[in-house]
Write a protein that binds this ligand. Structure first.
Ligand code: ZN
Ligand code: ZN
Length: 413
């Protein structure tokens, strides 16, 4: 049977179609196609045609360099189609284009067994480096006489931060498992000698997400639970922070600075959620001030991590939500716009007297790279979202607003 072969002049991509695709350009890189005729032995694909026969009616069949593509309409539910193809080692993806369903079949890579040794080693390293960061926060407080025991205070900081990051990642892991998506164990990222001791944690998703609803749930579960954990940690932190007369505090800080020349003081920009928690739980008598306990710092870091993850870029948590709500094209646009805005915010800091975090420039560049890689999308992107899913997305936006500040941290002049 004569098929049409479309071969990219630039990359390895090709498509061999039963009927004309009316295409001139390679979808992978945008360069021109060379078009040939090719004789295809259809018997070679009879196993595929027999599998699909009663479940999908197709008008065109395309052999692509990395997948098979059927263009037509579904006869069975997608869940049935998914079941029969996963049984023979293929992941089906459906997209809607010009009123037709495009069914792509990708060979499923057997996900490697989730190894626990590396996640455990990283967790131990992160516990140590976060403990050390907590120690650096505790030493000045001890010298100024505001806490009793450095080791206890450092441990409390460490437990608070690991609790927040751990709950965030476990929420992703559990939601992934519930939706039959294969995800790794959390990888914690240690940052020895950095003032918070970590760059957060992440899990990797190793099998495709079934649908847009599941993508929203998997993406949002981490920031939602991490946010709640941060609120708990900040609230306890405020409760255990010493309240002392402002004059005594000023004297202690001045004495400390005089005896430790060259030291730097780190401040944290205020987020809405922190402001709200202070208003709720802090009742300062006239002339008194709060000595911020390192546990509060752990909670503020948790809030910052939540905001970072909710940025709608690539395959970050916020990226999963954006892809489900906006679709492929606008997800890419929003991803790149977000990344460029972060770079803009970072540079703005050099012009304003307001201490904007210069780290946004680096984060924006990383975000742009992440964004350029796009998002594979869920297997079923045809089934529409329900109102409930959209409410979840709005909750994500509200949490982001509560957690974002252009100045997560700065050096106090
Ligand atoms: Zn190409
Ligand atoms: Zn996350």
């Amino acid at each position: 049977m004569m098929y049409k072969r479309y071969e990219c002049a630039n990359c390895d991509f090709y498509e061999i179609a039963k009927y004309d695709l009316h295409k001139e350009k390679c979808p992978a890189c945008g360069h021109n196609y060379h078009v040939f005729e090719e004789d295809i032995d259809e018997d070679k694909y009879s196993w595929l045609f027999n599998t699909i026969k009663n479940h999908f009616y197709f008008e065109n069949f395309v052999i692509r360099s990395n997948s098979f593509l059927f263009i037509g309409n579904m006869i069975s539910d997608f869940s049935k189609i998914r079941e029969i193809f996963e049984n023979i080692g293929y992941y089906p993806f459906i997209r809607k284009k010009e009123g037709k369903i495009y069914l792509h079949l990708f060979k499923a890579k057997k996900p490697g067994k989730s190894r626990v040794i590396i996640p455990i080693a990283l967790l131990v390293a992160t516990i140590l480096s976060v403990f050390y960061a907590g120690y650096s926060w505790a030493v000045p407080l001890k010298e100024m006489g505001f806490i009793d025991n450095i080791w206890v205070t450092s441990s409390i900081f460490m437990m608070g931060l690991i609790f927040i990051l751990g709950s965030h990642e476990l929420a992703h892991k559990i939601t992934a498992m519930k939706n039959k998506v294969d995800a790794s164990w959390p990888y914690f990222i240690p940052m020895p000698l950095f003032i918070i001791g970590t760059m957060g944690a992440l899990i990797t998703i190793k099998s495709p997400i079934p649908d847009k609803k599941a993508a929203i749930k998997i993406g949002l579960s981490g920031p939602l639970i991490g946010f709640i954990a941060s609120v708990i940690v900040i609230s306890i932190g405020i409760a255990i922070s010493p309240v002392v007369p402002a004059t005594e505090y000023m004297r202690a800080v001045e004495t400390f600075n005089a005896t430790h020349p060259g030291g730097i003081t780190i401040g944290f920009g205020q987020t809405l959620i922190y402001r709200i928690l202070l208003d709720l739980f802090l009742n300062l008598p006239e002339g008194y001030t709060l000595v911020t306990h390192p546990l509060v710092v752990a909670g503020i870091v948790g809030v910052f991590v939540t905001a970072l993850n909710l940025l709608p870029m690539g395959q970050l948590d916020g990226g999963h939500v954006a892809r489900s709500i906006l679709g492929e094209k606008y997800h890419m646009l929003v991803s790149k716009t977000t990344a460029l805005s972060l770079i803009g915010i970072g540079f703005l800091g050099s012009f304003l007297r307001y201490p904007i975090w210069p780290g946004w420039i680096l984060w924006g560049f990383i975000g742009y790279l992440i964004s350029s890689r796009g998002h594979p999308g869920a297997m079923d992107e045809v089934t529409e979202l329900t109102g409930e899913d959209k409410i979840l997305a709005v909750i994500g936006i509200i949490i982001f607003i509560l957690c974002f500040t252009p100045t997560p941290l700065y050096v106090v002049p």
